[in-house]
Design a protein around this ligand. Structure first.
Ligand code: 13P
Ligand code: SF4
Length: 327
């Protein structure tokens, strides 16, 4: 296709991490998505694990799970395309019941969301009467509806401490629960869920990175096992990793998380060396320029939440959003 000023402008946003020859295969989809957004009055919210051509070139709002939930409240458009996974689209719908929320591929799940049902939450409550349920946003709306409050990896400590109780049920990620429990004085009961991307990292991976890259700064996501977090220099949500890199500008950095994260941060910090050990999230990778274009062209893959579930799930998300976090 003819390269127009528009595609040149879009390419400038990803030129550090996408070769021009590869962009040539993407330019038509990217330009069509930009046109469809205008025609449909649509915005694209993209998680930090989107590939750079989605994250930097065609999206309007980007961030971690917490930022996407916060920003969803402020969206001024008729249509939201959630470039991420199903639970994120449900959260956007909970916070925007009057808007059309589309997801590029309805099969974009999450091993954590799939690890727990509403019945499991009711059973945990019955086993631990009176103990509040703090639910990671990586869950279905039906599970959120059974919860007292939600949290993300970016605010879990503040959410738990806001409750002022000695014990909480924190579901469904056993590693996040273990990592957060160590930062609070609160006893944490959890559930045997795990992120299929982060559970695979090991302390040996970090030892190998340090051996191959002396002086490297290692940042781990708190969905990693505690022994991996212990071996890292810092642990935080994907947005907290970006904040850390911006503030500390380590010359060499390894992000122990999903693969696209390093590509996206490298585009913003071209002078830093990114060591790229990573695991792909197959659910996040169902998002492509082609699937986004198709959703906008056909207005298909709408995400809805039944109203009785939505009311209770929304309350748990809104309680989370009301908790102030130290930034
Ligand atoms: P955050 O971006 O909130 O750190 O979450 C990571 C993740 O695995 C989302 O699915
Ligand atoms: Fe779920 Fe892990 Fe994929 Fe995030 S990276 S969507 S937590 S499986």
């Amino acid at each position: 296709m003819t390269v127009t000023a528009t595609t040149d402008d879009l390419y400038a946003k990803v030129s550090h991490v996408i070769p021009a020859i590869e962009w040539a295969t993407m330019a038509d989809d990217a330009e069509t998505i930009m046109r469809l957004k205008r025609e449909r009055n649509a915005v694209i919210l993209a998680h930090n694990y989107m590939t750079p051509e989605i994250f930097h070139a065609v999206s309007d709002i980007t961030g971690d799970s917490l930022a996407l939930a916060r920003e969803a409240v402020t969206v001024d458009a008729d249509v939201i395309v959630l470039a991420g996974v199903h639970f994120m689209a449900e959260t956007a719908k909970l916070l925007n019941p009057g808007k059309t929320v589309l997801i590029p591929d309805l099969r974009s799940g999450c091993s954590l969301a799939e690890s727990i049902t509403a019945d499991d939450v009711r059973a945990l409550r019955a086993a631990h009467p009176g103990v509040p349920v703090v639910t990671y946003v990586n869950t279905s709306a039906a599970v959120k509806a059974e919860s007292d409050i939600c949290c993300t990896s970016g605010n879990a400590v503040e959410v738990i401490e806001s409750l002022g109780v000695p014990k909480v049920i924190m579901i469904p990620d056993r590693f996040l629960a273990a990592n957060i429990a160590r930062q609070t004085g609160v006893e944490v009961i959890t559930h045997p869920g795990a992120c299929e991307v982060h559970e695979r990292f090991t302390p040996l991976d970090i030892a190998d990175i340090r051996a191959g890259h002396p002086g490297v700064t290692v940042l781990a996501h708190p969905e990693c096992p505690p022994e991996v977090v212990d071996a890292a220099d810092y642990a935080g949500s994907t947005a907290q990793m970006v904040t850390f890199v911006a503030a500390n500008r380590p010359t060499s950095v390894a992000l122990i998380t999903e693969c696209s994260m390093s590509d996206n941060v490298a585009q913003e910090f071209p002078d830093l060396e990114f060591v790229r050990p990573c695991n792909l999230c197959p659910h996040m990778k169902r998002n492509t320029l082609g699937s986004i274009r198709h959703a906008l062209e056909t207005m298909t893959n709408e995400v809805t939440v039944p109203e009785d579930v939505a009311q209770r799930a929304r309350a748990a998300v809104e309680r989370m959003l009301a908790v102030r976090i130290a930034k």
